[in-house]
Design a protein around this ligand. Structure first.
Ligand code: GLC
Length: 420
């Protein structure tokens, strides 16, 4: 090409691009809908749209992660280009990798460097960066600071201490006329949330991680059985009978209306619990989850990422929105407004963030326990469903833990077949 032609070519390309940008495109993002998620997603994407001249449609997705995953898989299996960006759970990069573009060419080395490298590794499948980390999660124990004082109870360090403290406070509050008051609420419904809670009980009791890093099924052990039976024995005693139908939001509803002494939940519940109108505003303490006998306290690793569909008609623009949402500025805002845990480690030292969510400073060095999603890859969904239904049978009194775990071990080995 001659210099003149080259000039004309570049000029017309520039004009075409300018025209395209001025026109703007519409990007559709599938966002979570738990607590403040949807509202924040709308605000943040609108800010990006105003900056870039594009439009964004925010799609509300099912609340439970496993239902959301089912919906995603339907869309993707059909090759639908309706959704450009998917908010995906930390357990799903292995399952969804083939449907997403590699984000590496779209993000700078600096943008990658500031992120939590463990999550980047989790999101990298076969060398491909399937998704950018948006927020991380870790299970924590919420407690009522006022009631701990009133009943002279210390923050429990073991599960037995927790159940004893829960009983003491519950008895006192019921005597004082609060008939619907309970000691401890958590996620006991048969779904992914129960997998997270039960993994915490078991891992913190030295009972392993269901399947170990080498792929061996380890769940059928005495420590795991003992803690499951112990938790089951507390239902009706300190946990409501309906806890076997609770997800995150139901547990939060009970705690936030002032009807529970302790709650297991993710950090997002902190900001909502301290909002105007909450019965427990200013009365919320947050601590690590308890440990079992001889074990150590751990919270399950959760969290969400943003991925661009390989069927998107505008992958470049979609990737730009992903970069914006997962960048420092938006992560900081989400930490302050919604107590969503940043995936940029540096933000755990940010004064504004720590002022809004003081307990974040304790989370920085904590070692979470991961679900076995990397080792089981695309079979994780099946593995988790088998696990949570066995645990649910124990919680609802259908089975004793030893029998349930022996059957679960067989089932998991069947799912494994000749390998993961
Ligand atoms: C939270 C976690 C996610 C987990 C889910 C279970 O959203 O971030 O990783 O799978 O809870 O309900």
């Amino acid at each position: 090409m001659t210099a003149k032609r080259w000039f004309v070519f570049v000029l017309s390309l520039g004009l075409a691009m300018g025209f395209a940008l001025a026109q703007g495109v519409t990007i559709t993002i599938a966002c979570g809908a738990v607590g403040q998620e949807l509202e924040l997603c709308k605000e943040e994407t609108a800010a990006w749209a105003a900056k870039t001249g594009n439009k964004v449609t925010v799609l509300e997705t099912p609340q439970l992660t496993n239902d959301r995953q089912g919906f995603y898989q339907q869309q993707l299996a059909a090759g639908s280009s309706d959704i450009d960006i998917y908010q995906i759970d930390v357990i799903y990069p292995g399952t969804l990798a083939n449907f997403m573009i590699d984000l590496k060419p779209y993000v700078s080395a600096d943008e990658l460097k500031v992120q939590n490298q463990g999550i980047i590794a989790n999101n990298t499948v076969g060398g491909k960066l399937v998704a950018m980390p948006w927020f991380t999660d870790g299970g924590v124990l919420y407690y009522r600071t006022d009631l701990m004082k009133k009943y002279g109870v210390a923050v429990p360090k073991t599960w037995s201490e927790l159940f004893a403290a829960a009983k003491k406070i519950q008895d006192g509050e019921r005597k004082a006329g609060k008939k619907d008051f309970y000691g401890f609420v958590f996620q006991g419904n048969a779904y992914e949330g129960l997998t997270c809670d039960a993994l915490e009980w078991i891992a913190s009791s030295g009972g392993g991680t269901i399947i170990d890093a080498s792929g061996k099924v380890t769940i059928n052990n005495a420590k795991a059985a003992a803690i499951l039976d112990l938790v089951a024995s507390q239902i009706k005693l300190v946990s409501p009978p309906a806890v076997t139908t609770y997800d995150e939001e139901k547990a939060r509803g009970v705690f936030q209306s002032g009807n529970a002494a302790f709650m297991r939940n993710w950090p997002y519940a902190y900001s909502l619990g301290n909002q105007e109108g909450s019965a427990v505003k200013g009365k919320i303490g947050v601590a690590p989850l308890p440990a079992g006998p001889g074990g150590s306290n751990v919270g399950t690793l959760g969290g969400w990422q943003l991925a661009v569909s390989k069927f998107s008609k505008n992958p470049k623009v979609a990737a730009d929105l992903v970069r914006y949402l997962t960048g420092r500025e938006v992560q900081k805002e989400r930490a302050i407004k919604g107590s969503f845990q940043p995936t940029i480690p540096d933000l755990y030292k940010d004064a504004d963030v720590l002022k809004a969510v003081p307990f974040f400073k304790d989370l920085a060095g904590r070692q979470p326990v991961a679900r076995p999603s990397t080792v089981t890859g695309p079979k994780y969904g099946e593995v988790s469903a088998a696990f949570w239904s066995a645990v649910h049978d124990v919680l609802s009194g259908k089975s004793k833990a030893a029998a349930a775990l022996a059957a679960l071990e067989k089932k998991l080995n069947q799912i494994k077949g000749s390998g993961w």
